[in-house]
Design a protein around this ligand. Sequence first.
Ligand SMILES: [Zn+2]
Ligand SMILES: [Zn+2]
Length: 317
Amino acid sequence: MKIVPISVPTPFYVGPVNVYLVKEEPLTLIDTGPKTREASEALKEGLRRERVRVSDIKRIVLTHAHEDHCGLAKQLRDEAKDAEVFVHGWETGHRAARLEYDEHRVLLERAGVPAEDIAALRRMYEGVRKYADALEDHEHAELEDDDELRFERGSLRVVHTPGHTPGSCSFLREADRTIIAGDCVLKRITPNPVLSPDPVDPTRRFRSLAEYLVSLARLRSLSPTLVYGGHGEPVEDYEELFHRYLRAINERQAEVIRLLPKTGATAWDISREMFPGADDVHRFLAVSEAVAHLDLAHSENKIALELSDGREVYRKA
Ligand SMILES: [Zn+2]
Ligand SMILES: [Zn+2]
């Protein structure tokens, strides 16, 4: 069972995305790239190099539903005729054209984001959305933790690794403990735990960073020999990366606590302090980052949190 990485360009700041071809029957693609002509051409060129046609693809498995990873899923599914698409049930939103704007708006308001910035973020969402086709409910099947994706020779085990998004999944080849981890593990950057509604109770926000730490530890318990990430080169030394991530998370948490003024501050205030120049999508990622770290610090009783005028205000404990 051969795993072939194919680098596909994206219009996003993160740069190219890695799509993985599992060259074994049933022929399987893990992630697809965004819905652009450039991405589609690069993917097809990558398949041609492996003497694979789109019509040979039987299965499309998504690590998560961000546009750079899932954008071409519907097109490929249609082109490959009966290809089955799999994604975790917690990746609502993009996959089924159900981006929960209202739930997101509530989360942003609570985080202290001003109305005009919420409006700008909404326009940004609309802009990003065109890079993926939505999948209707009947057009995909759901992945569950510990599912086995069987191949003629070998298999991949589904490891639910929430954090970057609630339904992020990794795939373990047990024979040599190789893992395909999507955006859960990236060699050069610490993945952003993106602000999102809790899939079980959408009126709450998903505890992304706490979940992410559990996922990192779970991957560690699998003693991976090689981890293929969603962007950049594969990671050969997961142990080193694990400790580097933990250090980065601890440092960021200390910074967030240090930035809290006596009078208290919202996640938005803190994000503007941490990343004053952040614009567009980065403004949103900055709030995500602040919320994630404040949530974690609060859950560890390091800071206090109270609701004031519908906004969450954090204070030093
Ligand atoms: Zn992502
Ligand atoms: Zn990505």
